[in-house]
Design a protein around this ligand. Structure first.
Ligand SMILES: *Cc1c(COP(=O)(O)O)cnc(C)c1O
Length: 387
């Protein structure tokens, strides 16, 4: 069968593949310690669930505006003003099927064939593939453990060509968990403004921070960068709402309108009653977020202490999200060899770093129970000793 070239150059999601293998082994009764999940292990907070149930009872079950429920667009705009210092109104916001669709809409709205999109590595798996689906060219900037997995302003400046259209800026990062400091954000913003390119800030982990780390929205640095910034975020990670599929894109009105047009001919509105849950997430009490973050913090410490006690593993301390991204370079194995041998020998599931453009690292998520972390770390230590 002859499929479109567009889809043939896209790599299927490797993170989902490993997760599927681990789940299949578990279904066979094998006792797996899985660190592969890219989602919180908590249930959605009760008051959010209740708000969606009320919306269902009230008959919020019909088509809504493609851009989202006006009340939710308003709540998102208020949140962006209040938490991030970004001056947006409801007209600057589109509600999307997760942060994933928001980024995909943006690529379709902004990228033309041949346009270059700069993506710092390690990157979230979908960025380069979305760029390719929009017929643009991903330009990958590599970083290392030594640079804290961050790009420097100079590195960015050198990568910019007349074809550069957009920088993808993800802080806190999936997969590394690293967070750019406010000064680093300002320095990157300056390069973006000087070059006259766009930046999309993927801020889906902005509330999941540790040890006093601070998140600065790049668009809040000043009026010039504000005009060149698009924010992508969502409810999935902060409120344990991955399955609800509610996210958003915020930015200049012409871009948002273009995304509404695209969405109007593809998915239409996000599930109406799910949007009422999202309204409750932003307008209700925020203690649930604090509780989840403090649980993550405790697990993070246990995992980091164990990993750094293992010879052969070097693990930088991430300030955000719920991932660690240790280097396995000393083992001499590729990340896929390592992940596959570890799963077979010790039934521990991790994601090979190659999925994120870093073949000398693996990603472990600590969005799982302390017991799983303790047992998994013992097994990983045994595996390292066996090498
Ligand atoms: C999870 C995630 C998203 C989007 O997730 P949705 O479930 O679509 O909201 C976007 N960016 C990064 C870096 C993520 O980890």
């Amino acid at each position: 069968m002859k499929l479109a070239a567009r889809v043939e150059q896209v790599t299927p999601s490797l993170t989902l593949a490993i997760d599927a293998k681990a789940k299949a082994m578990r279904a066979e009764g094998i006792d797996i310690c899985s660190f592969s999940a890219g989602e919180p292990d908590f249930d959605t907070p009760k008051h959010i669930v209740e708000a969606a149930k009320v919306a269902l009872d009230q008959g919020k079950t019909r088509y809504g505006p493609a851009a989202g429920e006006p009340k939710l667009r308003q709540a998102i705009a208020q949140k962006l003003q209040h938490d991030n210092g970004l001056c947006y109104g409801a007209e600057n916001v589109i509600v999307t099927n997760g942060g994933k669709q928001s980024l995909f809409n943006l690529m379709l709205a902004l990228i033309e064939p041949g346009d270059e999109v700069i993506i710092p590595a390690p990157f979230w798996v979908s960025y380069p593939e979305m760029v390719k689906l929009a017929e643009g060219t991903p330009v990958i900037l590599s970083t290392s453990v030594e640079s804290g997995f961050k790009i420097s302003p100079e590195q960015l400046r050198q990568a910019i060509t007349p074809k550069t259209k957009l920088l993808v800026f993800n802080s806190p990062s999936n997969p590394t968990g690293m967070v750019y400091t406010p000064d680093e954000v300002r320095a990157i913003a300056q390069v973006v403004v000087e070059a006259g390119i766009w930046v999309v800030a993927d801020e889906i982990y902005e509330k999941i921070l540790y040890d006093g780390a601070e998140h600065l929205s790049i668009g809040a640095v000043g009026p010039e960068i504000y005009e060149r910034t698009i924010v992508s975020s969502g409810f999935a990670k902060t409120y344990a709402m991955t399955g609800w599929r509610v996210g958003f894109l915020a930015g200049p009105v012409p871009i948002i309108q273009a995304c509404v047009t695209i969405q109007g001919h593809s998915t239409s509105n996000v599930c109406t009653f799910a949007q009422y849950g999202a309204i409750a997430a932003y307008e209700g009490p925020q203690d649930c977020v604090k509780e989840m973050v403090s649980a993550f913090a405790e697990r993070r410490k246990v995992m980091l202490d164990s990993l750094n006690a293992m010879p052969g593993i070097t693990c930088p301390k991430p300030d955000g999200a719920f991932y660690v991204f240790p280097s396995i370079a000393k083992t001499g194995m590729t990340s896929q060899e390592f992940a596959s041998a570890l799963l077979d020998a010790q039934q521990v599931a991790v994601i090979p770093g190659i999925a994120f453009g870093a073949d000398d690292c693996i990603r472990l998520s600590y969005a799982t129970s302390l017991e799983t972390i303790q047992m998994g770390m013992e097994r990983l230590a045994k595996f390292m000793q066996s090498l």
